[in-house]
Design a protein around this ligand. Structure first.
Ligand code: ZN
Length: 202
């Protein structure tokens, strides 16, 4: 590993949240900040983990064009039910193409009526530019070897499996009452290989 891609812990603190007391860690990797929120009693042998691509549209603009907000809410609820867990926030808006890329592709998709992946490609972006190289380093820094991964993304699973983690998976989708506006979005995700059940697990 070259020094530019080393993982550094820049700061950590205790933080009071709506979900109770938590720990916050700020790592830096490949010129990107990675914030980790560790909720509740998270130091289990098998740690509930979510790798969350932070999404400006969902989290700040109340966009209903993706399920990032719902996935985060469902994940945190389920983690707390298990006693605690950690959420790793990656700065990968627009599938790693940046917010300008997201805006351009969303507008292109709307105008020509194609899906967002096709729109990224039509505009010269990768369909999905996200990478997860930092995640195994973060987990090992925190002393985690066994993971319950909250995701529907096979890329995230493969990254951790290839890095040698013991893995269990929990599929995360929006609750049925909150997903009517997401039907097309989920159809596209399924077509791209994501693990989205037709009806949400109870
Ligand atoms: Zn989103």
């Amino acid at each position: 590993m070259n020094a530019a891609n080393a993982l550094d812990l820049l700061a950590n603190r205790q933080i009071s949240t709506l979900h109770g007391p938590a720990d916050e860690f700020l790592f830096r990797y490949a010129n990107q900040d990675i914030i980790v929120l560790a909720l509740g009693e998270w130091r289990h042998r098998k740690v509930p983990v979510r790798v969350h691509s932070a999404c400006f549209g969902a989290h700040y603009l109340a966009s209903i064009e993706c399920d990032c907000r719902e996935q985060l809410a469902v994940t945190m609820r389920e983690m707390l039910r298990l006693g605690g867990g950690i959420v790793i926030f990656l700065d990968q808006d627009g599938r790693g193409n940046g917010h300008a890329g997201l805006m351009r592709s969303a507008e292109y998709a709307r105008q020509v009526n194609c899906n967002v992946g096709d729109a990224y490609e039509a505009l010269g972006y990768p369909r999905d530019a996200r990478t997860y190289h930092a995640v195994p380093l973060v987990l090992r820094h925190l002393g985690i070897e066994e993971v319950i991964l909250f995701t529907n993304n096979p890329e995230k699973l493969a990254t951790l499996r290839d890095a040698g983690f013991e893995l269990e998976t929990r599929v995360v989708v929006a609750d049925p009452s909150e997903r009517r506006h997401l039907d097309n979005y989920y159809d596209n995700k399924r077509a791209e290989g994501h693990m989205i059940p037709r009806t949400a697990p109870s």
